[in-house]
Ligand binder design. Sequence first.
Ligand code: NAD
Length: 489
Amino acid sequence: MKNKTETTKAKELKSIFSAAETAFTGFSKTSISKRIQLLTNLQKVIAARQSEIAARIHAAVGKNETEALLTEVLPTLAFIKDYRRNLPKYLKKDKVAIPFAFFGIKAQTELRPAGVALIISPWNFPFYLAMAPLITAVSAGNTAILKPSEASPDIGTLCAELFAKAGFPKNTVQIAYGKGDVANSLIYMKPSRIFFTGSTAVGRLIGKAAGELIIPCLLELGGKSPMLVFADCNPERAANAAVFGAFCNSGQVCVAASRIYVADKIYDDFVANVLEKTLALPKEDLGKIVQPQHTAYLESLIADALQKGAKQLCGRLDGKSFSPVILADTKENMQIMQAETFGPVMAIARFSGKDKDALALANNSDYGLSASVFTKKPTRAARIAASINAGNININDVIQSVGIPELPFGGIKQSGIGRYHGKRGLEFFSDEVSIASSCQLFPSAMTWLPYGSSLKRHLENIIGGLYGSGSKLALIKSSLALFLRNFRE
Ligand code: NAD
C-alpha cells in the first residue's frame, strides 16, 4: 500500500508528463469501437475485483465496505456502461442547419481528443471521483494523469492498476502522488484539461492558474445543500432520507443534506423520528472522520450553534471515534447553516411551511451544489425545484442524482464551474471543432465580392421577407437572383 507521505519528485513529474504526451499521439487515434472494447475490459476487471476494491477503499479512508460498493464501485460501473453503450452517439459528428445566405455549405461539428488531461481528486470518494473523470477523459481519446488526494494515494495506485489490467496502452493513465504542490507543478506543465474536485478554496486557486495559462478547467467544489421537508411529505421517507443524507460517509459528502428545514406543523415529530433512527444506526455503518484536524472545526461549528441557541440532541466527536451529532432549532446566523460541514453533524431548522419561506432559506447560501425537496404534491415539488439555486435537485430523495451517469452534474455559485457525466463530460475533455464545407462546383459564392449594384436591393427584400413583414414574392425573386450569383465567373 502507498505511503501517505509519498511524493512524486519534480524530475519524475516531467517524465510522467512527457510520457502522457507521447502516449496521446497513439491513443488519440484509437477507434471508438476499440475504446468501447477497452471500457468493456475495464468493467469486467472492476466487477471481478469488487471486493478487493471495497476493502482497499476501507483501508484507505475507513469507509464501510458495503457503502464503498454502493457509492463507489456501483456508480463507476454504471458510468462505464453509459460510455460503452452511448459513446458512438455522444461522439457522433453533429450536422447543423445553415441560414439561407450560406446556401450550398454543409456544416458540422466534431469532438476531437484534446491531449493530456490532469485530474485532481479528493479523498471522500477516492475511487469514484477519480475513476469517473478518468473514464471520461480516456473515452474521449485523451491520456490522463491523476493526482489523487494525499489522504488516499493507494486508491490512485489501484485506478492505474485497473486501467493497465484492462489493456489500456502504457501511460494512458498515470499517477502523480503528493499534495497541492505536485498538482501545481503539473498544472504549469500545461495539460490540455484540468478537472478538479475538492474544496472551493483550492478550486479558486486552480481556476486562477488555469485562467492565467488559458487551460479549460472544470471545478467540482463544496456544497451546503438544503433539504426542504414540507408538511405534506411522506414523513417516514423524509426522516430516513435525512439520516442517509447527513450521515452517509460520515457526512463527508459534497452533496450531503447539511441543513434540513422542516415545516413547523411536523417539526417535533420529524425531529423525534430522526433522533430515534440516528440512535439506532449500527456503528459499523458510519466509517470515520478522515482528516483528524477536521474534528476541531466541527466542534467549533457545534459550539457556535449551541451558544446561539441550538439544542444538541445526540452525538459526540472525540477525534478517534464519533457518534453522529444532531443539532435542532438551528438558525441562519449560525455557522453550521452557512459553512460547509463535511462531517457527521445534522442541522435541523424549523420553517413556516410556506413555499416562499422555504425558498428564501434554501437560497440563502453562497453554495449551489445540490438541494432536495420532500412533498407528496408534484406541482409543489416542480415549483420549488424551479426556483432553487442549485445545480442538482432531488425530489423526495437525497444525494442519489449524482450517481446517474447520463444526468449532467455540477454546481452553481461557489460550488463550481462546468458539468460532466454523459455527453457533457466528453465535451469538456474534447476540442470541439466546427467544419463548414462548400460546394466546390460553383465558381463563386452569392455573398462574395464584387457586390454589384443590385445586391443591396436583393438583400433588403430577403431581410424583409425572411425576418420582417416584407413581400414573399420579392423574397423568392431576390433569393433566386442571389442564388445565381454562385455562377458568376
Ligand atoms: P481539497 O480541496 O483539500 O483537496 C482536493 C485535491 O486538491 C487534493 O488532491 C489535494 O491534494 C489537492 N490540492 C490541495 N491544495 C492544492 C493546491 N494549492 N493546488 C492544487 N491542488 C491542491 O479537498 P478535500 O479535502 O480532498 O475534499 C473535500 C472537499 O471536496 C469538500 O469541500 C467537498 O465538498 C469537495 N468535493 C466536491 C465534490 C463535487 O463533486 N462538487 C465532490 C467531492 C468533494
